[in-house]
Design a protein around this ligand. Structure first.
Ligand SMILES: Nc1ncnc2c1ncn2[C@@H]1O[C@H](COP(=O)(O)OP(=O)(O)OP(=O)(O)O)[C@@H](O)[C@H]1O
Ligand SMILES: [Mg+2]
Length: 351
């Protein structure tokens, strides 16, 4: 095996029943590089990384970390070998502070010397340029701060191979930039970073190498400077696609949906939607912009009758549908469909 690789996965296969999630995959990552793992939904990216982080055991193939074969039985084994995974859905305890989250599960001894641990963590913060407020409670943190804390946590456990699964999915552009600066700093310090994403512009900005997975197989590994976003899409999908969207001329017609003075107070008595007003007309596409957690999910759920609003009015083609839940909307053939952002969320598909 090539010594310069921090990580080498050879002929990895993983099946779930009849589904072959990973078929004979080869994947190599060098020290001090940012390696993007690219592929459509269901291509097998998370499955491959879950084997690297000790969550799944491969059905076939071998994993080498720093040249030595690794047989992980649990995430603890993986972290001991220097592999740290930062999951799409953070694994932090909200009612604890940053430092408590970092020290949690630290099984080296019964009693910890807090000041000593604090110094150690601060040293790592300084080395990589983090600015995590260690005494801040997780529930008070933005998504960007939580991501930084997750990364700091695995670095404190000695990880030098970091896996980031779609880290920027819910980030603001500023948070993304900050993360990329941090990734570059970690790279300079010799870490290997595996970056899972769908966003080609981010791949082109931050990655050194790119491995493309398609339908559970590794298609190719390319250097960033040898490829283009167009080529990457073709490799991901398996045939040529035209990325240019042809916009047809439309005429805006009558009002279809009208939302007036909509307010929503959640179960914790916090207002999540305040006085929302807008109209959508026939033949119109309306975008709703906002960072994650600003109420767009709740707004969609309210319109689709998944969530009951506190006050206001929703009209569809002139008909008041304010108090109708999604079952009623579907039954009465009101032409609203709602595809939620999260695959396991609640939606509405009417006629
Ligand atoms: N625990 C599981 N049980 C059954 N099937 C699974 C399981 N995990 C993944 N799969 C299937 O394996 C295939 C690969 O899934 P995987 O989650 O690895 O894809 P992915 O590339 O991470 O996709 P995404 O971009 O949507 O996160 C899919 O067909 C998926 O449905
Ligand atoms: Mg995934």
């Amino acid at each position: 095996m090539n010594k310069e690789y921090y990580l080498s996965m050879k002929n990895i296969t993983k099946k779930f029943g009849d589904v072959v999630a990973n078929n004979n995959i080869n994947f190599n990552v060098k020290g001090g590089e940012i390696h993007a793992l690219l592929g459509e939904n269901g291509a097998g990216k998370s499955t491959l990384m879950n084997m690297l982080s000790g969550i799944y055991i491969p059905d076939g193939g071998s994993i080498f970390i720093h040249g030595r074969e690794a047989r992980f039985k649990s995430p603890t084994d993986a972290i001991k070998s220097g592999v740290g995974m930062i999951y799409q859905h953070f694994k932090l305890i909200e009612s604890m502070t940053a430092i408590q989250n970092i020290l949690l599960g630290n099984k080296r001894k019964i009693f910890l010397n807090y000041d000593q641990e604090l110094k150690k963590i601060q040293k790592i913060q300084d080395k990589y340029g983090f600015d995590v407020d260690l005494n801040k409670y997780v529930y008070d943190m933005s998504v960007g701060e939580r991501e930084n804390l997750e990364i700091l946590k695995v670095l404190c456990r000695g990880a030098d191979i970091l896996i980031l699964d779609e880290p920027t999915a819910v980030f603001t552009p500023q948070e993304t930039k900050k993360l990329f600066d941090l990734m570059n700093r970690m790279k300079k310090e010799g870490c290997s970073i595996i970056f899972i994403t769908h966003k080609l512009d981010e791949v082109m900005e931050v990655a050194d190498s790119i491995t493309i997975l398609r339908k559970g197989e590794s298609v190719e590994t390319v250097k960033k400077e040898d490829t283009t976003p167009k080529e990457l899409v073709d490799k991901m999908i398996g045939y040529h696609v035209d990325l240019a969207i042809k916009r047809s001329n439309t005429t805006i017609g009558k009002t279809i949906l009208k939302v007036s003075d909509l307010n929503l107070i959640n179960d914790a008595n916090i207002p999540v939607l305040k006085n929302i007003n807008f109209e959508i007309h026939e033949g119109e596409v309306v975008g709703i912009a906002g960072i994650s957690g600003c109420g767009q999910k709740e707004l969609c759920e309210a319109i689709a009758g998944v969530t009951k609003i506190s006050s206001g009015k929703i009209e569809f083609e002139g008909k008041d549908i304010t108090c109708k839940d999604s079952a009623k909307l579907a039954k009465e053939n009101i032409g609203i469909s709602f595809v939620p952002e999260d695959r396991i969320g609640m939606g509405l598909v009417g006629s």
